[in-house]
Design a protein around this ligand. Structure first.
Ligand code: HEM
Length: 357
């Protein structure tokens, strides 16, 4: 029956009318909830991943996927192993959320191919991250891999934001709103946000928070059968990027200033048009986030990068990235005033509210 093309409408009819299939289909609003959950978890794991690095627990579990050799779960008394292990559990939650996004997109009524493709993008990204994470541990936290791990997570958040945004658009997508003079500025803004993220990771790669202390590195090497007594003390240190921290922090700071300047320029361009009130509000939020994030950046720089502040800085970087992408998405294809979601609230203006919207 499935091979007969003439039967396809019958099959479709069955899917739409049969109680068995009807039970399995979900509404667009429910699907958007699933996409939102995946987005939150993907943003959350960036901060918990940073907590692993900042607490020096990067090699807390010296093996992968087991924590130690044949032991899957970390020892309760070993704090570093526990921190790393809990982060691996959160990876499990993230994996479940992206699989739910794929299954949900197939059960969504009406079904949309773009949503399924974007959900598969999340699954592919999470698989890539699991493999990169394994390499990070096996290679003892080289900065190049730690940076790749962080940046791929930001790409995943981007993918999740596009999915969540598209899931809120009507089935017949409205024509993109054309905004000569605004779109190129927003594109430049997004590019600069990416440059800021990359330069930030370079500062981290050169800085003191490598993710492991000498003792943990020693234990990880021993677990791999290396005779550590034959190594120089330098070989027990986690590799750092060959940059002077003040130099690379200056480059990071300059890219932030360029990013801020372009956001202010956008705000100036948007201020007069009442049709752009939603974008103006989003750009205002972005400015507030950048200024706060820059203040935290300078504070941590002048106080020798205390782990807690660096953790807040990573959370702030995620919020700035979310606010930038939300602004970008709404520039071309704003969500309708009465979206296909249940929400009847006015458009959100903070990054957190953007996630909740
Ligand atoms: C929009 C504003 C900013 C954003 C989005 C941002 C983003 C980032 C990111 C993504 C990282 C890497 C985090 C990691 O790899 O775990 C980072 C690190 C860093 N940023 Fe920023 N940053 C901003 C402003 C600033 C400013 C103005 C400064 C002042 C110099 C600064 C100082 C630092 C320092 C010192 C680090 C390294 C911290 C460490 O040792 O791990 N940031 N930033």
């Amino acid at each position: 029956m499935w091979n007969n093309r003439r039967d396809v409408p019958k099959v479709r009819l069955m899917r739409e009318t049969s109680p068995m299939f009807a039970r399995r289909s979900i509404s667009p609003a429910r699907y958007r909830d699933i996409a939102r959950a995946a987005l939150w978890l993907l943003a959350f794991i960036i901060v918990t991943g940073a907590a692993v690095r900042l607490s020096g627990s990067g090699l807390g579990c010296s093996d992968w996927p087991t924590c130690e050799n044949d032991q899957l779960v970390a020892e309760v008394h070993d704090v570093h192993a526990m921190v790393e292990f809990v982060n691996r559990l959160i990876t499990g939650l993230v994996s479940a959320a992206v699989i739910a996004a794929v299954l949900g997109s197939m059960a969504r009524s009406p079904r949309r191919r773009d949503l399924t493709a974007l959900s598969w993008g999340l699954v592919a990204g999470v698989i890539a991250q699991i493999l990169i994470g394994a390499l990070v541990v096996q290679e003892h936290l080289p900065p190049s891999l730690v940076i790749t791990h962080f940046l791929v997570s930001m790409v995943l958040v981007w993918n999740a934001l596009v999915l969540h945004h598209r899931a809120g658009l009507p089935e017949q997508r409205p024509a993109p709103r054309r905004r000569a003079g605004i779109e190129p500025v927003v594109r430049l803004l997004t590019l600069l946000a990416s440059v800021v993220l990359v330069t930030g990771t370079l500062v981290t790669g050169a800085g003191p928070h490598s993710g492991s202390e000498t003792e943990a590195t020693k234990r990880a090497l021993q677990a791999q059968g290396v005779d550590v007594s034959k190594l120089d003390p330098g070989q027990l240190e986690v590799e750092r990027l060959p940059f002077d921290v003040p130099d690379v922090a200056r480059v990071h700071g300059v890219t932030v200033m360029a990013f801020l300047a372009v956001t202010l320029w956008l705000l100036f361009r948007l201020r007069r048009s009442s049709a752009d009130a939603d974008l103006f509000a989003r750009a205002q939020t972005l400015v507030a986030l950048i200024v706060t994030q820059a203040a935290i950046g300078y504070l941590q720089y002048f106080t020798d990068v205390p782990p807690l502040l660096v953790g807040i800085h990573v959370a702030g970087a995620t919020a700035v990235w979310v606010a930038t992408i939300v602004l970008h998405l709404n520039t071309r294809q704003p969500l309708p005033a009465t979206p296909t979601t249940r929400s009847t609230r006015p458009q959100a203006t903070t990054a957190g509210a953007a996630l909740a919207e």
